[in-house]
Ligand binder design. Sequence first.
Ligand SMILES: Nc1nc2c(ncn2[C@@H]2O[C@H](COP(=O)(O)OP(=O)(O)OP(=O)(O)O)[C@@H](O)[C@H]2O)c(=O)[nH]1
Ligand SMILES: Nc1nc2c(ncn2[C@@H]2O[C@H](COP(=O)(O)OP(=O)(O)OP(=O)(O)O)[C@@H](O)[C@H]2O)c(=O)[nH]1
Length: 461
Amino acid sequence: MLLNPKNQKGEQVKTEGQTNKSFTTNKLPTVLIVGKSNVGKSTLFNKLIGKKKSIVADERGTTRDAVVDRVVYFDKTFQLVDTCGIFEGKEDEIYEKSREFTLKALQESDLILFVVDGKNGLSSEDHTIADMLRKSGVDVILVANKSESEKNYSKVYPELFSLGFGEPFPVSAEQSKNLDELVELIISKLEEKGYDLSSAPKLENLIRVAIVGRPNAGKSSLFNMIVKEERALVTPIAGTTRDTIDEIVKIGDKNYLFVDTAGLRKKSRIEDFIERVSTFRTIDAIERSDVVVLVIDSTEGITRQDQRIAGLAEKNGKGIVVVFNKWDLIKHADKRVKDFMDQFSEKLYFVDFAPVVFTSAINHVGYKELVRSINTAYDSLHRRVPTSAVNAAIQRMIARPPHGLKLYYGLQVDIRPPTFLFFVNKLEVPESFQNAIRKTIREQVDPFTGAPIFLKFKERE
Ligand SMILES: Nc1nc2c(ncn2[C@@H]2O[C@H](COP(=O)(O)OP(=O)(O)OP(=O)(O)O)[C@@H](O)[C@H]2O)c(=O)[nH]1
Ligand SMILES: Nc1nc2c(ncn2[C@@H]2O[C@H](COP(=O)(O)OP(=O)(O)OP(=O)(O)O)[C@@H](O)[C@H]2O)c(=O)[nH]1
């Protein structure tokens, strides 16, 4: 009976002044987990998001940072925030802390899970938090955690009910009891507020793409070409903390986030001017992307600025696709491909792993290949290869290490970008030999097309 409570719909305290604004940058509705120390907030958070993120510990107050993640339940998505220690402490402490941040966080959220202890009952800290929640005017679900024992729970039940947030919802985070029902309740409450939880794009699956290049290279034209030709659905996402607009573009069954598309739309003269004199926006877009599409104006060839952008993308471990645009303006273009590839090998030798695409944005030529190359680079960034293959390739490596250097064995330790750790007898590994290792991996293990390869070394006697 206890772990299968009546449906609470309509029984929660409805309060005034609710807002539908969300807590962080995207438009997912936000649910906050609030409660005093040690009631099991982190445990509940981890169970609801389905993976471990915040640290669960017996010690009071070990988890301190606000943690945010998405809860995905079948096709419904919402955002969950573990407020950790924010709402804990003595009465004055809470109010001291709360003045700026806490109240704002409460008011900007859509629903609160007020977690109390269903085993040991309430203390004055719970009443302080309850007062604050009432004042904030946000919708609250009272969650009685640690309610695995009916006997204990029935003892504390009257006290919990008297808090004035309606029927408590008993769960056991630790034993995963009643959690699906809790999620169902959260979903129905959010849907009552008018949220369409099914439409939320799954941000974790987004392929983040930055289209960069010199002014006038044809970046906006390329973006528009992809969107039109692929009959893509576009959803703008305004950043709240930065002055940027990103766009989610759905192509086939994949979602792409085109980073900072404000720069790809029509710009005012002054914005245009600022962009020409400053590279800040480009750097920012590169840092926030997975794959960088470097657009080169074929009529001008590869410039110093293009080299710099490519270098930046490579150093940041991003996937890279190189585009020669305005291909229609090149005379006898079909006979010139080799010239352009030579130019690429000479001037962009440090990103020679990038796929090269020839496009004519105004004629809508090359879009399929461009999308394919973006996918290839993205896949390469995330690929893992077996340790056995790496070492087999190293054994067969033709280039010998410089005198005195011994390369024992290696393994892939990370993705985004693929990163390999090699054990050596001394840490001075010349750049030329590092390049030989990369080349061996690409030729014999996996080409990692479009992705840089990072190397790390560790000394071993
Ligand atoms: N019996 C029982 N114990 C639980 C349950 N959920 C969490 N706990 C335990 O309660 C203790 C506190 O859990 P946390 O998740 O760290 O609690 P918290 O509210 O995040 O604590 P702070 O980090 O202090 O804010 C841990 O020892 C958990 O194992 C539950 O459902 N039943
Ligand atoms: N012939 C030809 N012209 C193109 C092509 N792509 C773009 N253009 C033209 O080049 C000019 C610049 O294109 P945009 O797409 O605005 O270039 P951009 O890189 O976004 O430029 P900025 O906004 O200044 O950074 C426009 O006049 C386009 O019509 C192409 O493939 N072939």
